[in-house]
Design a protein around this ligand. Sequence first.
Ligand code: ATP
Length: 323
Amino acid sequence: MRLNRLEIAGFKSFPDRSELTFDHGVTAIVGPNGCGKSNVVDALTWVLGEQSAKSLRGDRMEDVIFGGSDARKPTAAAEVRLRLSGVAARGPSDGGGQARMAVPVALDTDGGLHGGAALAVEEEDVPLIVRDVELMRRLYRSGESEYLIDGENCRLRDVQDLLMDSGLGVKAYAVIEQGKIGQILSARPTDRRQLIEEAAGVTKYKSRRRAAELKLEAAQQNLTRVDDIVYEVEKQRGALKRQAAKARRYKRLREQLRQWEKVQFARRYRLLNEAIDAARARLTDARTRESAADTALAALETTLERLRLELTEADAATTAARE
Ligand code: ATP
């Protein structure tokens, strides 16, 4: 992996957009004291994700935004772009919408930055694509800040992942600032060990181990929770089993009840039909008898009429005889 280009705008002593191109070989920036050479290194570490204002020689992060001079007004934002080539990128990330950057496969020992992470390529089963990557960081006076990888917004985490895999972190040995060599020589063995581990590419494995341990811890907690849930569910299972048996018995009995109800309805239907037939027969019989009675009644009325007529005639004959 190589640094190709650094673009600085509104950052510290760079109010205008300035571009630095790093060719093959050694690039030296020469200038009088206080002209802004260290600000270039600050821009580099800042775009790589530096979070400490102190490390950037300021009190607050806003101090990196160009604060104005006699001739110029302060700028509203600081922006640094860094173009890297030969960066191995892994497939899409699991969040943040960015392609996750990974380990460089082609390390440039001649002036390039040592990643020391080729092992990781073999470890992970995802194919790597070696390509150019552009990192960008922007900070507004409002405090709002942005990170971009290849022009797409991403999280600081995505940038850190990319750099951790490449061995080019802000705390890495890759950037040795003014006075750093002296610091390294006089550092405590533990601090020096940290630097050597960083150089050996151990840090990222340590960090991965820590992440894995945290995941393991979380998984352990989940397991405990699952155990609790299993215990609770086990308790409920007995009650549910009894309820299920009851439900099955209820269903069976309900089926039986329906069968018996069908039998009963059929029987009632048959009995009612028989009762209707009997009633109909009685009705027909009554109607026949009624008609016979009507005939007999008509005959009796005819006889009565005839007798009345005879009586009247007899009365008339009697009266005539008396006279
Ligand atoms: P040295 O030789 O001491 O290392 P240098 O050439 O590396 O110096 P720097 O320390 O990079 O210089 O730059 C310091 C200059 O940057 C100072 O002039 C300072 O005023 C200017 N500067 C720093 N921060 C800002 C800012 N936010 N706005 C404007 N100018 C700034």
